[in-house]
Design a protein around this ligand. Structure first.
Ligand code: MG
Length: 388
């Protein structure tokens, strides 16, 4: 029986984690849950899974949650950063699933590592911002970080039984998102509804927009670099619109090992939860018949400058990845609130990273300061754009 703390339990990953828990009640026991503000769903999760502890964003949400629970429900309700850290490091949990959205995932993940929990990592921003710190802390505590991101799960699976020194290249696949074949001249007319309409994957709103700009792939390059200890020159992005191959590893002898499956997050989540065991998920296999075609192409960096900027951030290192990430979060948020257009996302990130004096080998406090600096800077660019 594996005992879980699940951060971000009401999001797309979190609800999928709980679906798997519900499918295999003999395998998993939920000890802690954390969410931001969806207290109605969190209340239902508490009634179904009986955690000891839950955490929400603030005191007001904590009160609302109490109001949603039947009187006498036995659960400790906490809130804020302390609440998230407590849920992340809950003494009764063996594994912490970190599926909070954005930079908010970093501190709780570090708290869980510090408490010696195995990490099932869905929050890629944690590694994008402070990958060196996180991997070092995990190594010092002997804690495993198991990826939930489908591409990283695929790479992790392709690396099993292999020697790190035999790896030649990591081939990170990308669907290309909804605008792969849209002419760049039409990008200025893209609406939120267009951008949220991902062809293959059902995901949360923020990551779906990131998939449309290809920033998601850029963040995944930054994530892979830390997780697998490779240089960014060893990572190549391959556009594969069918999303059947979830990523590949090429070895020195010219062999390429790929992981395939239908595009459904359950596979990657279950593998992280039960590693090295595989759960009988009863997922359909990809179709291996005349209807199935697998195609590949190179990413168009001119059409999708977010991916190019992410490679730039990889190369510069230091505080630039966290600045890129923060500027992107603010820009996507503004786009989702109809304050800026789709193409403005690129402008906001470009102008913010261009103004940032990069600090090499930053302390964690310098990373957090750069994150804050970038959020304010990005907001200024947005105000300028709104005035135009
Ligand atoms: Mg992914």
């Amino acid at each position: 029986m594996k005992r879980l703390s699940i951060l971000g339990s009401t999001g797309s990953i979190g609800t999928n984690v709980l679906n798997i828990v519900a499918m295999f009640p003999q395998e998993f026991d939920v000890k802690a849950l954390a969410a931001r503000k969806n207290v109605e769903l969190l209340a239902r999760q508490i009634e179904q899974f009986h955690p000891d502890v839950v955490a929400v964003f603030d005191e007001q949400r904590a009160q609302e949650l109490k109001d949603h629970l039947p009187p006498g429900t036995a659960v400790d309700i906490m809130y804020g950063d302390d609440g998230y850290r407590t849920a992340a490091a809950h003494a009764a949990a063996d594994m912490t699933v970190t599926a909070l959205v954005g930079a908010a995932g970093l501190q709780p993940t570090l708290a869980a590592i510090d408490a010696g929990k195995t990490i099932a990592l869905a929050n890629k921003e944690t590694l994008v911002m402070a990958g060196d710190h996180v991997m070092k802390a995990a190594a010092a505590k002997g804690v495993a970080i198991l990826p939930i991101d489908s591409e990283h799960s695929a790479i992790f699976q392709c690396l099993q039984g292999q020697r790190q020194e035999d790896v030649d290249k990591i081939l990170l696949t990308a669907s290309g998102g909804p605008f792969l074949n849209k002419p760049k001249a039409e990008f200025k007319d893209i609406t939120i509804e267009d951008a949220l309409n991902h062809p293959n994957w059902q995901m949360g709103r923020k990551i779906t927009i990131d998939s449309a700009t290809l920033m998601n792939k850029g963040l995944e390059v930054l994530e892979a670099r830390c997780l697998f200890g490779v240089s960014h020159q060893m990572i190549e992005v391959v556009i594969h619109p069918q999303s059947v191959i979830h990523s590949m590893v090429a070895y020195k002898d010219g062999s390429v090992i790929a992981q395939l499956g239908i595009p459904d997050m359950k596979g990657a989540i279950a593998y992280a939860l039960s590693y090295p065991q595989r759960l009988p998920l009863q997922q359909p296999l990809p179709q291996f018949d005349a209807h199935q075609t697998l195609t590949f192409q190179e990413p168009d960096l001119k059409k999708f400058p977010c991916l190019a900027m992410a490679f730039e951030a990889c190369e510069a290192g230091g505080t630039l990845p966290s600045v890129l990430n923060a500027a992107n979060e603010v820009a996507v948020h503004a786009f989702l609130n109809r304050q800026i257009g789709f193409v403005d996302i690129v402008t906001v990130i470009r102008q913010t990273i261009d103004r940032h004096p990069v600090i090499s080998d930053p302390e964690l406090s310098e990373i957090m300061a750069a994150d804050q600096w970038a959020r304010e800077g990005a907001q200024e660019v947005i105000e300028d754009l709104k005035d135009k």
